[in-house]
Design a protein around this ligand. Structure first.
Ligand SMILES: [Mg+2]
Length: 160
């Protein structure tokens, strides 16, 4: 298992990491108001498989996802019930889009945030936590995260 995550609690983002938000046409216009939008997202299979494998190996894994409203919260839970029931509801932290994820992780020294958005990762890295950027099709390997020394992976398989 990768030394970056050994013995720590992983907080795993959903959109852009295990759920393929960006693959949906007009996703930015649709996500806040369309019923069942999040439930319909395709999984990012290689990352989802890696999360399942890490759980099977005994890694503590929580979900930390931002959502626009209560309807979307419900849809995200239903998505997880189907694709990742290994993460129980009490281990799913769903915050609002404007919230700072770092504030929901507890003792950052014991935590890792796995996310595709550098804006979420930087406060974690600056406050003693471990941050890992997931680079995906629409993103650049060399971006804001590199200025902060935040490591990146193309697939969570690299952490297994
Ligand atoms: Mg994301």
């Amino acid at each position: 298992m990768n030394d970056l995550i050994k013995g720590k609690t992983l907080f795993v983002d959903m959109d852009g990491v295990i759920a393929n938000f960006e693959r949906e046409p007009n996703c930015v216009e649709r996500f806040a108001s369309e019923p069942l939008f999040f439930l319909g997202l395709q999984p990012i299979v290689h990352n989802l498989r890696a999360v399942r494998e890490l759980i099977a190996q005994g890694q503590k894994v929580k979900i930390l996802s931002a959502s626009p409203n209560e309807n979307a919260d419900r849809d995200k839970h239903l998505w997880l019930d189907f694709y990742l029931p290994q993460v129980e509801r009490e281990d799913r932290v769903i915050v609002r889009n404007s919230d700072s994820k770092a504030e929901y992780m507890g003792d950052l020294g014991k935590c890792v945030l796995i996310d595709d958005y550098s804006g979420n990762l930087i406060p974690v890295a600056l406050n003693g936590g471990t941050a890992i950027k997931v680079v995906n099709d629409y993103d650049k390997e060399i971006g804001t995260h590199t200025k902060y020394g935040i490591p990146y992976v193309k697939s969570l398989i690299q952490l297994v």
